[in-house]
Design a protein around this ligand. Sequence first.
Ligand SMILES: [Zn+2]
Ligand SMILES: [Zn+2]
Length: 69
Amino acid sequence: MHCYDCLQEGRADSAGIGMCARCGLFTCQDHGHVVREHVHRAGGLGRTTSPVQARRFVCDTCRTAETAH
Ligand SMILES: [Zn+2]
Ligand SMILES: [Zn+2]
């Protein structure tokens, strides 16, 4: 799978490494971000987040949208 953003820039030689969790497009390492995040667990008393951080892959565009203020 080729990276969507690279194709937009006219590069067809890149290798996509993952699918954006938000928009579903395939992007390469340059155009995507692997982000760590806490997982919220439903129910239970006290601690509601997992002690281990999960991993999520999002593309540049969605990452920018998520962090824009
Ligand atoms: Zn790319
Ligand atoms: Zn995306």
